[in-house]
Design a protein around this ligand. Structure first.
Ligand code: SF4
Length: 292
């Protein structure tokens, strides 16, 4: 049986950078706190924990003093920087530059909307770490919408600036643009609306989707590897499933079932932007060993 690993799968540059920063710090003194999982992949998180990384949440941060805390690629709200300053915590900031840029854009939009009695709307997942960091740029006033049902939170008669969580789908974002525009138009007496949007979906994710479709269509069976908490993992898995119904979502080699490979000739292994290459290689070795 032929097993092929997608050369384009694996960590995006934001995650690669955060892990490199963590490894560099851990090599110095084997003690580093990280706000949340550094990547939505338990296998990789466990590897770094063995090197000395301790995962904390924002409540834990309040009780820490005189230590180093890593900010992962998702970024953090201004509150985190304030608490760290008060508690003499050295922040090792590995926020992804794309996320930082988006935070700045949203902050500028927030100032503009404040002067116009408008609203900042973020297409994303409520409570997601990146979204919390984005909402923090608006003093917590941004409206987070994930689907049409959340629309009741928006006042369509007032100005709107729309942004997206970086890992949301491009198609989903433009569907929201269309829906907001329709609702604003229907409520406008003079046909004028004040609505601007910024497509802030990350191309590391959106480009990955079409690459994965091409890849997945070439194999009898596709093994998609990703942590179950990864937002972009779920989106990319469905991209593969759309073109290849024999696609299986696994997080570790222990979830592989030999029965998936009965009577087939080719297997493609791919993953999300949070999937380590070493894990895909491990899974490839297991498939070759069990189903030669
Ligand atoms: S998916 Fe894009 S925005 Fe998110 S961490 Fe990776 S490179 Fe940065």
């Amino acid at each position: 049986m032929e097993v092929t690993i997608d050369p384009h799968s694996g960590f995006c540059f934001g995650v690669v950078y955060a892990i490199e920063v963590a490894e560099r710090e851990l090599a110095k003194d084997q003690r580093l706190f990280c706000l949340g999982d550094i990547v939505h992949n338990n296998m990789e998180v466990n590897r770094l924990k063995k090197l000395g990384l301790t995962v904390i949440n924002s409540e834990n941060l309040r009780s820490l003093r005189d230590c180093k805390v890593l900010i992962r690629a998702h970024g953090e709200p201004p509150e985190t920087y304030k608490i760290s300053l008060q508690n003499n915590i050295e922040l090792i900031d590995a926020s992804c530059p794309i996320v930082l840029y988006l935070q700045n854009m949203i902050h500028r939009g927030f100032i503009e909307m404040k002067n116009k009695n408008g609203q900042i709307v973020i297409y994303g997942k409520e409570g997601h770490a990146e979204v919390n960091g984005l909402v923090g740029q608006t003093n917590g006033t941004a409206i987070v919408i994930g689907e049409e049902q959340n629309f009741r939170k928006i006042d369509f008669s007032r100005p709107i600036r729309l942004y997206s969580q970086t890992t949301k789908s491009v198609e989903g974002f433009y569907k929201i643009v269309q829906l907001i525009r329709e609702k604003m138009n229907s409520q406008s007496a003079d046909g004028k609306i004040d609505f601007e949007w910024t497509d802030s979906t990350c191309r590391q994710v959106s480009n990955r989707s079409s690459q994965l479709r091409d890849f997945a269509s070439n194999f009898d069976v596709v093994i998609f590897v990703s942590g179950k908490k990864s937002s972009n993992g779920k989106i990319l898995y469905h991209s593969c499933l759309d073109v290849n119904p024999h696609t299986y979502y696994v997080s570790s080699s222990s979830e592989i079932q030999d029965s998936w490979f009965t009577g087939i000739n080719t297997v493609g292994i791919c993953g999300a932007t949070s999937t380590p290459m070493w894990l895909m290689e491990e899974i490839g070795r297991k498939i070759k060993k069990n189903c030669p």
